[in-house]
Structure formats: C-alpha cells, structure tokens
Design a binder for this molecule. Structure first.
Ligand SMILES: [Zn+2]
Ligand SMILES: [Zn+2]
Length: 260
C-alpha cells in the first residue's frame, strides 16, 4: 500500500456523511490501513451545527464512541480521533481548549465566519482571497494543525487561474513550508469531476497545477480520503492512481507520518 494511514474521516454526526463508525473501521482494515484517524467537523459552543457539524454537546458521545473503538480494534488498527477545524479568529482560544480533549486537529478552512455557509467552497470570489490567505496563515502559525486540508478546493467555484489567486496560494504554501504544515492531496475532490479552469479541463481539486506551487515552495504532502462514507476507504489506492495518472508532476508523499 502506498500510504497506510488516513487521518481525514468523517462520521454521521456531521449530518452530511453516512455509515456507522465501525463500518469505516472495517473498510479501513479491509483496505490494509494501519492507522485510521477520525476527523469529523469541529463543533462550536452554543451552535447546533446545522448540516455541517455536530453540536457542542454531541462531542462527548463522539469521544466515548471513539475511545471504545480504539480499545476494541487495537490489535488490528491504530485509531485516533480529533476534528477537521476551521480557524475563525474569534475562536482562537477555543481551539487550544478543545485540542486538549482530542488526539489531533487538521485545518479545513471552509469559510471566514461560523455563520457562513461554507462559502470558500461554494462561492469563492476575488474579494475572498485575502481572508482565505490570512486565516490559513494565522491558523498554521498557532501550531495546532499538522495538516492543511484541501487548500485547492476553493477552485470548485473559480474558472480562471488569475495572478492574484496564484499569489495567494504561493503565500499560503510558503508559510506552510515555514511552519512545517503538511499539505493534503484530497481525494474526495475526484468525485466532483472535472471542470474548465482557464480553458483547461481539470479536477478543481486535487489540482496538480496548484499543488505544484506547494511543491516548489518546499511543502510536504500526504493523501487524505476525506471519507464521508465507509467504502471511500476501499477506493483509496485507486484514487491515488487516478490522481497520479492525471498529473505529470511527481508528488513525493510522506510514507511515515504521525499526526500525534
Ligand atoms: Zn473540509
Ligand atoms: Zn473533510
């Protein structure tokens, strides 16, 4: 297996993923993983989560379930749990608090505010470039996040590689290299199919052209399934091959990466 760990796995608790926790674990074992990390979307105090995340109180049940499964499957696979988290400036202290409760956090910057509707994902505009850059960079400098997830997913709603966009990515990737934040090549994006960007038919993410900028900045990479259903883990190797076939650039990924 090219990479025998995956730290990007959701659960039904976020209300847009399906399958039981144990089904993900069984799929991971069947696929040959040695390590499976659950990283459901982070909850926020006094926020019910909507279709995006669990409520704050639900995290306790998540922890209890994960601890039980860690123990139950310890002879077959190493299980870790944490959250995929945005970095919102007003929650700066909160991230340090919740980090103490879990094994790890990974950064997925879906919006600039908690009240937004994952705008960076669905409606990323020129006026958002600065926010995306600033928030990703501030987050990486907290030292809380070892992985920057799907940096390129903003391309889902972009149809041109304009100079400001490329500069934004360069600024983010330079800081990623400086802070030793690993860049995720997100395999979930393959399911969204291709679209035209600057006249070229390509996956929005994982996007070889943008990830090449990260490579040139000296960043290191891992693959992430971003699984929202258990069988996604069974396609992991095949998804990696699809990505590699698509891209002339060779991305060297870390074979032995420990998140905590
Ligand atoms: Zn995400
Ligand atoms: Zn995710």
């Amino acid at each position: 297996m090219k990479q025998n760990f995956n730290y990007h796995t959701h659960t039904y608790r976020c209300h847009h993923a399906r399958g039981l926790d144990e089904e993900y674990i069984k799929a991971a074992i069947a696929a040959g993983f040695k390590t499976l990390g659950f990283s459901d979307h982070i909850p926020y105090p006094n926020h019910n989560g909507g279709r995006m995340r669990m409520s704050y109180d639900e995290r306790l049940e998540y922890y209890a379930a994960m601890k039980r499964l860690k123990e139950k499957y310890k002879d077959l696979i190493d299980i870790y749990y944490g959250f995929e988290s945005e970095y919102f400036e007003e929650y700066h202290d909160y991230y340090f608090e919740i980090k103490k409760e879990v094994d790890y956090l990974i950064l997925g910057q879906h919006d600039s505010t908690l009240e937004g509707r994952a705008r960076f994902f669905s409606d990323f505009r020129k006026e958002d470039y600065k926010d995306y850059e600033r928030l990703c960079i501030k987050a990486m400098h907290t030292g809380l996040f070892k992985v920057l997830c799907h940096p390129d997913y903003v391309l889902l709603s972009v149809n041109e590689y304009d100079d400001d966009l490329l500069r934004m990515f360069e600024a983010i990737f330079k800081e990623a290299a400086k802070t030793n934040t690993v860049i995720e090549i997100n395999l979930n994006g393959l399911e969204r199919g291709k679209g035209y960007i600057s006249g070229e038919l390509t996956y929005s993410y994982p996007n070889g052209k943008i990830l090449k900028i990260a490579k040139d900045c000296g960043c290191r990479f891992i693959f992430g399934a971003d699984a929202h259903y258990p069988e996604k883990l069974l396609h992991f190797e095949n998804d990696i091959r699809t990505f590699e076939k698509e891209n002339p650039t060779r991305f060297i990924t870390l074979e032995d990466f420990k998140i905590c």
